[in-house]
Design a protein around this ligand. Sequence first.
Ligand SMILES: CC(C)(COP(=O)(O)OP(=O)(O)OC[C@H]1O[C@@H](n2cnc3c(N)ncnc32)[C@H](O)[C@@H]1OP(=O)(O)O)[C@@H](O)C(=O)NCCC(=O)NCCS
Length: 381
Amino acid sequence: MAETAEDKFQKGLEGVMAAETALCYIDGQAHPTGILRYNGYTIEELCENSTFEEVCYLLWHNELPTKAQLEQFKAQLVANRDLPPEIIKLLASFPKDANPMDVLRSATSCLALFDPDNKDNSAAANERKAFRITARMSTLTTTWHAMRQGLEPVRHNPKHSMAADFMYRLLRKEPDPVEVKAFDVGLILQAEHGFNASTFAGRVTVSTLSDIYSGIVSGIGALKGPLHGGANENVVKMLLKIGEPSKVDSSIKEMLANKERIPGLGHRVYKTMDPRAAVLIKYSKQLGERAHDTKFYEMSTQIQTLMKQLKGFDPNVDFYSASVFYYLKIPTDTFTPVFAISRDAGWLGNFMEQYRDNRLLRPLEKYIGYQERPYMALEKR
Ligand SMILES: CC(C)(COP(=O)(O)OP(=O)(O)OC[C@H]1O[C@@H](n2cnc3c(N)ncnc32)[C@H](O)[C@@H]1OP(=O)(O)O)[C@@H](O)C(=O)NCCC(=O)NCCS
């Protein structure tokens, strides 16, 4: 019998290929860790030798930049850091206890209104918008953090890289180069990951030929959820709640007995160790040792071992980015905005790719409701 659309139904679109991409290759089965390459370059090599800016260039142009191209690219990002004054006024009107992801989603959407290329969907205009969006999502996050504390936002230093700029303006002091490197690695590792939920949401949006701001806002909305980018915040909340290495075993077993999900563990694509977690674990250890406070690192490795024994799950990127960001003193509710600032690079690369060879993304649904029913007039219901 011929296969029907219903035979192909996959809950959660698991295993379904929705479009082609040249941006990233994932092997979620390889041992001892999975494989992740951006445009052919392993994430390990990129983390060792490149910066987040180089990775943005790679994801938008499918090639690593030359020295001259990189300088020009970085200058464009720096030149676009400032927010329009109307957006600063808008931020000032937000409630001070607003969730930073809600602020980022709402304010990024409003940035479109002040973008001179808002109505131009050409490739050249999209690249100009990509610089503004990337630079300003970072400024939005650091500015909001200052404003919610009643502090004056810090002016940027044009000599700072994206990573250093974020740390300098968020934490209001010149960042330590070792910490900047760890943060930059965090940005590189979260930059791109195929058709994850937020990238897919954004690609669906731009596949209607809507604009890239709309795609980014779709991505931010999808990333916020605890099954996706929101997991990193929940990892720290869990570590704080468990409190002590001696309580890891009983706490995790209790959570599992209560059918709770352990944040940062398991993955739809990796059925082995997420290679991003394998890179971040080293930074978690290094930063913990520098801070003379390895408790979170130790508790994390304990949870990793226990979850492997009990459920066979390995850590994903969120698991160790959580302790890395914690050691960098980033406020917990700002972890997911950091993920968004980083994944923005991949979202934009994906949107450019989608526009170049567009076909409306529109899957089918399996109908499980009533078949035809007799209509009943309102007064008879
Ligand atoms: C990432 C994730 C959503 C992938 O899920 P998925 O491929 O759709 O798998 P499912 O949600 O169908 O889960 C399959 C089973 O594993 C269990 N499971 C998955 N992740 C789990 C976790 N972290 N802790 C405990 N149980 C987990 C589910 O409860 C489910 O069990 P059941 O079949 O008895 O109901 C899932 O692993 C998860 O929720 N992880 C925690 C959140 C997280 O870290 N997200 C960031 C991902 S980068």
